[in-house]
Design a protein around this ligand. Structure first.
Ligand code: MN
Length: 138
């Protein structure tokens, strides 16, 4: 099976390297971007299965990147998870309203990060628009 491709958008080098290492070790294909502009270009080249998007970015911020992603039919259904700093309480509420699938708080918890990412991947409809919906078992 092809590994899921994750687009990781984070301007802080250390944060990006840590998240990227954790995801690669877990078997994901990771594409990194340090600005929103680069992220949009990367997403256009190869549609990711999930986007992890830092809210606080130089230039275009995460909300603006989100708005632009939603304008492209091919990208509109890709789940986007916000990366928000612990201090930025307001970002989380705004993120959920803005259409983010969820958020992951930074600094990331190295023990739970991969599981958090996987939980957002699993809630994603299949590429045909609904073939692999979550099965709910009690
Ligand atoms: Mn940032």
């Amino acid at each position: 099976m092809k590994p899921a491709r994750i687009l990781l958008v984070e301007d802080n080098h250390l944060n990006r390297e840590l998240a990227s290492d954790l995801l690669r070790v877990a078997g994901f294909e990771v594409v990194e971007a340090e600005t929103g502009e680069v992220a949009l270009a990367q997403a256009g080249l190869a549609v990711p299965d999930l986007i992890l998007l830092d809210i606080r970015l130089p230039g275009m911020d995460g909300f603006e990147v989100m708005n632009r992603l939603r304008r492209y039919a091919r990208l509109a259904t890709v789940p986007v998870v916000a990366l928000t700093a612990q201090a930025m309480e307001g970002d989380r509420e705004i993120a959920l309203v803005a259409g983010f699938r969820g958020y992951i708080t930074k600094p990331i918890n190295t023990r739970t990060f991969v599981q958090e990412v996987m939980s957002h991947l699993r809630s994603q409809p299949g590429p045909d628009g609904g073939g692999t919906q979550d099965q709910v078992h009690d």
